[in-house]
Design a protein around this ligand. Sequence first.
Ligand code: HEM
Length: 209
Amino acid sequence: MSLSSELRQATSDLHQAVEQHPLMQSLVNGACHTARYGDYLQALHLTYRSLEAALSKAAAQGLAWATLSDPRWQRSLALQQDLRHLGRDPDRGEPFLANYLSNGLGPTASPAQAMPTAIATAWARYLGDLAGGQILRQLFSRHHPQWPSAFYAFSPHDTNALANELRPRIDALATDASERAATITAARALFAAHIQLFDRLLAQEPAGT
Ligand code: HEM
């Protein structure tokens, strides 16, 4: 089985849990307050910034997993655009998930330690944006036509074509059994960290800045 298929199968219970989380449900059914949506986007921006900085560094070091870095699916700039539109500061926000990633990918992690986290995160975030993210985009345009949507827009590129290009890049990595197992462990931990982030966002008053 390909790595991307295995990742999907090994995290299907956790995908269901994130999908059913009250924060995601409030986004799906139009009940999420704009200020809380801003908090969510700020947290995502810090997360992508952490991921995309690590991918750029991997490219500079000539590491194999740098193939996951591609301006066509990078999301930091699109998130900055949406946040400015909402009057929010892209440099602020709930840092939980970004810190979690920095620990896995940051300067103290060796390339061998960083690789499983990088693959798992690029898989979960980018392929998630290209799949479920597109459903959220349609729902938002109905519930909140005033919300900016650069984060969900990959134009002029076709989302299915991008996903079909990213999957084989993932499948070419983590080729030995221990790397593969570590990548699956990292993907499950990443979904669990999303649930913790969503809990934190719901537990705090929306920041509005
Ligand atoms: C309300 C929230 C969400 C909805 C409605 C949703 C929905 C979906 C749907 C419909 C698919 C495609 C399934 C298929 O092709 O059979 C999918 C795939 C996926 N989603 Fe989500 N999702 C949500 C949240 C998330 C989140 C928060 C993440 C990441 C942490 C995520 C990661 C993924 C991944 C990695 C895939 C697999 C894509 C692939 O294999 O190409 N999803 N999601």
